[in-house]
Design a protein around this ligand. Structure first.
Ligand SMILES: Nc1ncnc2c1ncn2[C@@H]1O[C@H](COP(=O)(O)OP(=O)(O)O)[C@@H](O)[C@H]1O
Ligand SMILES: [Mg+2]
Length: 249
């Protein structure tokens, strides 16, 4: 590995029906970096993220995670390195209890019964939901579900966290709590979001994706101060940068 956790070069994907998902996307993510992926609906954010966990395979170009090309033969190692947190926690949580959901991935990795309980509890404590361990995931609030999905992923000790719209469906308090939690993680992160204030607070770097290609890649404050760029990409200057006194982050 040459030091980068993610390397995409001319990564392209065309859906089977001919729809262009992403085109010639190139970027690198170093350990510890937090990168926001922003863009209007349909820009290609989810398509891009799905390549990082091998849910989709490139139709053009290449992408590697932790030095491994994302191809079928490398899937177990790629998925170990890149922990994917889906947009909808219901796609991630399917066991009878929160404990079992976190245990599931660990058991798949071959963790023995002896260490299992301590590892599950550690992950639940990390995200602050140890008290929910015996609850069925489908009865949790959106914020609690999001936390459980994150626990299931961080338990596996990935090198990079990949998150698709983590603040969607969260109320302001749950959103704040999630921001506080993410700040405690030193994993590299790549986070697709339409919440530009969230991007400002969590990610030093932002990639703007527009119609499947990269329109900008740079320090978040710099990217968000380019009003013409944001307008061209159908994005709005985040409230906290508009000097609006009622728009606290
Ligand atoms: N399963 C699919 N089949 C065909 N086209 C798709 C599929 N999923 C997404 N697309 C298309 O790919 C493009 C990028 O979508 P997506 O990656 O979901 O965007 P975003 O996450 O930025 O909203 C859009 O034009 C979308 O309609
Ligand atoms: Mg999406």
């Amino acid at each position: 590995m040459n030091g980068y956790l993610i390397e995409a070069e001319n990564l392209s994907y065309v859906y089977p029906d001919g729809t262009r998902g992403i085109s010639k996307v190139s970027f690198k993510v170093a350990p510890g970096e937090a990168v926001a992926l922003v863009g209007e609906n349909g820009a290609g954010k989810s398509t891009l993220l799905q390549h990082l966990s091998g849910c989709l395979f490139a139709t053009g170009g290449v992408v590697s995670v932790a030095g491994l090309p994302v191809i079928k033969e490398n899937l177990p190692a790629v998925r170990r390195a890149a922990g994917m947190i889906f947009q909808n926690p219901d796609d991630q949580l399917f066991m009878p209890t929160v404990f079992d959901d976190v245990a599931f991935g660990l058991l798949n990795l071959g963790v023995g019964e002896g260490e299992l309980e301590a590892m599950v509890l550690k992950a639940l404590e990390t995200v602050g939901i140890a008290h929910l361990r015996a609850r069925p995931p489908y009865r949790l609030s959106q914020g609690e579900k999001r936390a459980a999905a994150i626990a299931a992923v961080v338990a596996l000790e990935p090198e990079v966290l990949v998150m698709d719209e983590p603040t969607s469906n969260l109320d302001p308090r749950a959103r704040r709590r999630l921001m506080r939690l993410l700040k405690t993680f030193d994993h590299a992160k790549i986070i697709a979001t339409h919440d530009l204030d969230f991007a400002l607070e969590i990610c030093d770097r932002t990639i703007v994706i527009h119609e499947g290609t990269i329109a900008a890649d740079g320090p978040t404050t710099e990217v968000f101060s380019k009003a013409d760029l944001l307008e061209r990409c159908n994005l709005e200057t985040p409230p906290s940068m508009r000097g609006c006194p009622n728009c606290a982050r």
